[in-house]
Design a binder for this molecule. Structure first.
Ligand code: AP5
Ligand code: MG
Length: 230
């Protein structure tokens, strides 16, 4: 969790890199609801056509559309006992979180570690203006923070980078407002469940080691608990 531009996608990529081969997380999969929606828009699917205007304006997609889209992806992983998963940008409303909880409950695999990124608004508008993406993979670049090796080109494929249509000052203000209205209440929801971990800082470089430390300790304890149980 975290407001638009707080670094969810950036931290997700770093966590995957760091934990990829340890703690049995090699089967970790990531789902970014935003990337998934943008992929539908690029492929011009029926769902893509339905949501394109909402994303352009910075409005949230209705729960009735997003919930089945995510569950379709996540259920396959939940069914495979060896797999774990990271969600980026989902859930984003209390209704989405409750629906997900009840779906995961059936498989005995509740959400167990919620990361909330608390970054000052003063730094994030500049980030959004600097951001370029490789749309097919969701890879994120910043002209000032992590620029591509060749200007305007994706490091892995060499394909052109693009701007997200919702990355401009007006739409960004609406995205921030929607976050405050719909998503902030989730913080209490997860705090009450005892699974919330909040990280505060002005840059992702400050925050990354803090998350790695907390998640390492959490996973280590979990491993010990599982070992002693069986
Ligand atoms: P989504 O794609 O999830 O967008 P968002 O929440 O607005 O967040 P962003 O992706 O913009 O930011 P981020 O936190 O990932 O930051 P990043 O790492 O890129 O959702 C888009 C839209 O889809 C929503 O508006 C909504 O319409 C819809 N949607 C999605 N999920 C939904 C749901 N569950 N329900 C309903 N609707 C939904 O970092 C930002 C930039 O900063 C990057 O360029 C990065 O390189 C740079 N950066 C990172 N760290 C630093 C640093 N330390 N210093 C300088 N730059 C940095
Ligand atoms: Mg993102």
């Amino acid at each position: 969790m975290g407001c638009p531009g707080s670094g969810k996608g950036t931290q997700t990529a770093r966590l995957l890199k760091h934990f990829g081969s340890s703690f049995g997380l090699q089967a970790t999969q990531v789902f970014s609801s935003g990337d998934c929606l943008r992929e539908h828009i690029n492929r011009k699917t029926a769902l893509g056509k339905q949501v394109e205007g909402l994303l352009e304006k910075g409005e949230l997609v209705p729960d009735s559309v997003i919930n089945p889209m995510i569950w379709d992806k996540v259920e396959r992983l939940v069914k495979a006992p060896e797999k774990s998963f990271l969600l980026d940008g989902f859930p984003r409303t209390v209704d989405q979180a409750k629906t997900l909880d009840s779906q995961l409950h059936e498989y005995g695999k509740p959400i167990n570690f919620v990361i909330d990124l608390d970054v000052p608004h003063s730094v994030i508008l500049q980030r959004i203006e600097d951001r370029w993406i490789h749309a097919p993979s969701g890879r994120i670049y910043s002209l000032s923070f992590n620029p591509p090796k060749v200007a305007g080109k994706d490091d892995v494929t060499g394909e052109p980078l693009t701007k997200r249509p919702d990355d401009n000052a007006d739409v960004f203000a609406n995205r921030l407002q929607k976050y405050a209205e719909a998503t902030k209440p989730l913080i209490e929801y997860y705090r009450n469940q005892g699974v919330l971990f909040q990280f505060k800082g002005a840059t992702s470089d400050e925050i990354t080691p803090l998350i790695i430390q907390a998640l390492s300790a959490f996973l280590q304890n979990k491993k010990v608990a599982v070992k002693s149980k069986y």
